[in-house]
Design a protein around this ligand. Structure first.
Ligand SMILES: [Zn+2]
Length: 169
């Protein structure tokens, strides 16, 4: 392992969508679902940012959100890869609350929004024993897709041919 190779790659529109959502929701947290295939996020699906208690102040994916995200993924012939949320005026690192409410397998993406401007975007995976998150390298696709990338392939194809730029962290 190189340690710098991205394990989660965003289409440019998905990256932009997460940042825009974070800006729009500020000073509250936004949250949404990550939809795509393998390690490529092709769509950031915004989930409702208000509950019965008012605008969300903490990240929480309700069962109804989860079902909506799975439905959307199925519509696209894709998979639910994880979730994102914003940290208004806080670093893009998981909180204790995030740890307590995370599920294994999924990617947890956090974007920090400082004074209304989206900044750092990070991604985290819950350890199997649920004791902590491990950060994973992320990247954003700079070019457009040629359509053949959507075929399912084995591991090890995420890095090579694509043109990548590092996340601005
Ligand atoms: Zn959080």
């Amino acid at each position: 392992m190189t340690g710098t190779r991205p394990t989660l790659v965003f289409c440019a529109e998905a990256d932009t969508g997460i940042r825009r959502h974070g800006r729009e929701a500020y000073p509250y947290e936004c949250c949404g679902a990550l939809i795509g295939r393998d390690r490529l996020v092709t769509e950031a699906l915004a989930l409702p940012n208000a509950t019965a208690e008012g605008p969300r102040r903490r990240f929480l994916v309700r069962p109804a959100d989860y079902r909506a995200a799975e439905r959307r993924a199925t519509e696209l012939g894709a998979e639910l890869l994880g979730f994102y949320h914003s940290h208004p005026d806080h670093p893009a690192r998981p909180s204790r609350y995030d740890l307590d409410h995370a599920w294994p397998v999924f990617a947890y993406v956090i974007v920090s929004v400082e004074g209304g401007e989206p900044r750092t975007l990070t991604s985290w995976r819950l350890r199997e024993d649920r004791s902590a998150f491990d950060e994973e390298p992320v990247a954003v696709e700079s070019g457009s897709e040629d359509g053949t990338e959507t075929r399912r392939q084995g591991s090890g194809q995420a890095g090579g041919r694509r043109s990548l730029r590092a996340s601005p962290s």
